[in-house]
Design a protein. Structure first.
Length: 357
């Protein structure tokens, strides 16, 4: 296996030297590579609507750049919420939160009643995109069409303030500033946090590693904001515009993503399909009679797919954007900057960044 960071450089180099393979697998973190429109075949010129319509509309939309189709959706992953029903009961809570507003209230009640934390979320840019995705869920556009900042608005400030308040009110573990997602899993398995935001496969790992915690763990839908948006990571297949075998390349990409192959692939790998027919398979829609928590998690994940979105902007310096926002958020959380100063500094840093960094 090649790390995605190495793969990214290989694809960038191949675009420049016009040596791309006929078919390339891209993930949504590399959405900006699709903006190199001269590098990819415009699928609208060779694919009929009847073929496109076999895929989930939101998946196909997520593979478009400036209204043109450059990627065939393959499969996706999405987070759900896994919660410790025992800790919720101890806190006098009957239902887990559905949105960020409820999450803040639940975090306060869990801390007051159990002295535990409600959840863990990493503010390390190299570890997680969850905080960045929360802006989209709460109705904040990160960048405008020209790639300039669009987040320094009253709504953007409210998102900054949301995370700052949670931290300064003692409702987030201190480790959120220094540790990644594994710390969240460890804290959840130790019974120190009441919720885990992770893929559906995590519930199986929890049940195997810590059966006591697994026994009281229940899956529910992903936390969202007032927008109702749910996030996903999408894999797609793009075809090089320099291919000498466009028909064969397209045939191969459609073969890899067809209903039969997606059905087999997604059931083996704990990922979610891009085809409507595959998603409508009983495996993703109906619970077996003796349903496990893993079965329930799979159905919840599948139900999110119809409206899920890629909430990260397709820009080359996505990691830089994350770093700038997270570092300024951290400064505000630690009281080194006001919310207003932190968000203004983040906007300035992005709009005046060096492309050579």
């Amino acid at each position: 296996d090649i790390p995605w960071s190495v793969m990214e450089k290989k694809i960038q180099s191949a675009i420049l030297t016009k040596t791309l393979p006929d078919v390339v697998n891209l993930n949504s973190n590399f959405g900006y590579l699709l903006t190199e429109t001269n590098a990819w075949l415009n699928l609208d010129t060779i694919l009929s609507d009847s073929v496109k319509n076999q895929y989930l509309p939101n998946f196909w939309q997520a593979s478009k750049i400036n209204g043109k189709s450059f990627g065939i959706p393959w499969y996706a992953t999405t987070n759900i919420t896994i919660y410790n029903s025992q800790l919720f009961q101890q806190a006098g809570l009957e239902q887990p939160p559905k949105n960020y507003s409820e999450l803040a209230e639940v975090a306060k009640q869990i801390k007051e009643k159990t002295d535990k934390y409600a959840f863990f979320i990493s503010f390390l840019p190299e570890e997680s995109s969850e905080v960045l995705e929360s802006f989209g869920k709460m109705g904040v556009k990160l960048l405008d069409v020209d790639g300039k900042t669009a987040f320094n608005t009253p709504t953007g400030q409210a998102v900054f303030k949301y995370w700052v308040d949670l931290y300064q009110d003692g409702l987030l573990p201190k480790e959120v500033l220094t540790k990644g997602g594994q710390a969240g899993i460890d804290l959840y398995q130790a019974g120190e946090i009441a919720m885990l935001f992770s893929g559906s496969e995590a519930i199986e790992v929890i049940s195997e590693d810590t059966p006591d915690v697994g026994q009281v763990s229940k899956p529910v839908s992903q936390i969202t904001g007032e927008t109702g948006k749910k996030s996903m990571m999408l894999m797609n297949l793009a075809i090089s515009s320099n291919t000498k075998l466009p028909d064969r390349a397209l045939k191969f990409a459609l073969f890899v993503t067809n209903n039969q192959n997606q059905t087999a692939f997604t059931q083996e790998t704990n990922v979610l399909p891009s085809m409507t027919d595959t998603l409508e398979n009983n495996y993703f829609q109906l619970l077996p009679s003796n349903a496990s928590a893993q079965d329930k998690a799979r159905i919840i994940s599948a139900n999110q797919m119809v409206n899920a979105e890629v909430l990260l902007p397709p820009v080359k310096d996505l990691n830089k954007l994350k770093q700038i926002i997270y570092q300024n958020l951290q400064a505000a959380m630690l009281g080194e900057k006001t919310v207003e100063q932190a968000i203004a500094d983040a906007a300035f840093e992005w709009d005046n960044r060096s492309f050579h960094n």
